[in-house]
Design a protein around this ligand. Structure first.
Ligand SMILES: *[C@@H]1O[C@H](CO)[C@@H](O)[C@H](O)[C@H]1NC(C)=O
Ligand SMILES: *[C@@H]1O[C@H](CO)[C@@H](O)[C@H](O)[C@H]1NC(C)=O
Ligand SMILES: *[C@@H]1O[C@H](CO)[C@@H](O)[C@H](O)[C@H]1NC(C)=O
Length: 304
């Protein structure tokens, strides 16, 4: 056997001291993802949070992201009281940068909708070939002129955006800007810029109290999420959260579990779990934890 370098041997106990706590109390669901607090209906992994959200909202490398058929987008903030997610689209243009984008869409079956506060400004659209400027062709008496599908009230917003340094350098005519309200996005919530023949878009979810200063606006997409049809917060879940647990649904039948800090799952809340841990009694559910604990010490013993 080749002798190990002495430095790694002396380091080993320290490595175990670092990893041991995570082995002993392995709460399957995490309270946060990076610096983002995570609560129902979101979760940090399988069995955590509401299963309908798991496919869309994930925590990867401490970054919370939402995935739709058009891409993956970082989640900036979650407003749990108003049930709103503010997300960023790296391909979106703002007052400080312009870039090409293929658009943004939500999956038709996703538990999210656009918040009415969003204003989408489609930029650099082709006035001659974009369907935005053509589809009302027949309703104007067929005299050949085109009436845009874009919101007329959006004109001031367009001129403010087009005054931003990043956009003004492109010297685009104001007519190529189209303010598009989510109500026009259709049931699939699709904003396909290739189809609409626009080269980019900016989405504003708040004017930040400064309507006339596009540099201070908040760019991003605000999404509303819903728990269920009636939008009731499950009472089992609030009871679990009140005892510092995290709500999850697991197994074939998506049975409710309250995930406690000690690594124990209960079907109610964490008050029992907490008293078990405090009294250090070997109740059956803790045998697993004890086994991990003792095998870890066994490994330390072997390696030393
Ligand atoms: C506890 O629940 C979590 C999330 O639902 C699950 O991933 C984990 O396997 C469960 N742990 C035990 C010991 O049952
Ligand atoms: C628009 O109107 C003109 C004149 O009425 C017609 O020739 C043309 O086909 C129409 N285009 C569309 C896309 O409906
Ligand atoms: C076509 O109709 C629109 C709306 O009725 C009108 O504003 C426009 O002046 C007309 N264009 C021509 C060329 O007649």
């Amino acid at each position: 056997m080749k002798p190990k370098p002495s430095s790694s041997i002396t380091l080993l106990p320290f490595i175990f001291l670092i990893f041991l706590p995570s082995l002993v109390s392995s709460q399957a669901c995490k309270k946060s993802c990076g610096n983002q607090p995570i609560r129902y209906p979101f979760g940090t992994g399988p069995g955590c949070g509401d299963p309908r959200f798991q496919k869309y909202v994930t925590c990867n490398e401490q970054k919370l992201t939402i995935t739709t058929h058009t891409g993956s987008y970082p989640i900036d903030t979650i407003d749990y009281n108003n049930q709103v997610l503010n997300i960023q689209d790296p391909s979106m243009s703002t007052c400080s940068s312009t870039q090409p984008s293929k658009g943004f869409g939500l999956d038709w079956d996703a538990p999210f909708t656009f918040l009415d506060d969003n204003i989408f400004a489609l930029l650099d659209c082709s006035t001659s070939s974009s369907p935005l400027y053509k589809s009302k062709n027949l309703s104007n008496g067929g005299n050949g002129s085109t009436v845009p599908l874009c919101d007329n009230d959006g004109a001031p917003l367009c001129s403010l955006l087009y005054s931003c340094p990043s956009i003004s350098t492109l010297s685009l005519p104001i007519s190529t800007c189209c303010v598009y309200a989510p109500v026009d996005l259709g049931p699939a919530f699709e904003m396909d810029l290739e189809k609409l023949q626009c080269s980019s878009y900016a989405s504003v979810y708040s004017f930040n109290g400064q309507e006339s200063n596009p540099e201070r606006w908040k760019y991003g997409v605000a999404l509303k999420y819903k728990f269920s049809l009636k939008n009731d917060y499950p009472s089992v879940c609030s009871i679990c959260e009140r005892s510092k647990g995290l709500c999850g649904y697991t197994g074939t039948y998506n049975a409710f579990v309250c995930n406690c800090a000690s690594g124990i799952n209960t079907t109610t809340d964490c008050s029992f779990a907490a008293s078990w841990s405090n009294s250090l009694r070997l109740v059956p559910r803790q045998i697993g934890t004890s086994l991990i604990c003792s095998s870890a010490w066994f490994l330390v013993w072997i390696l030393l």
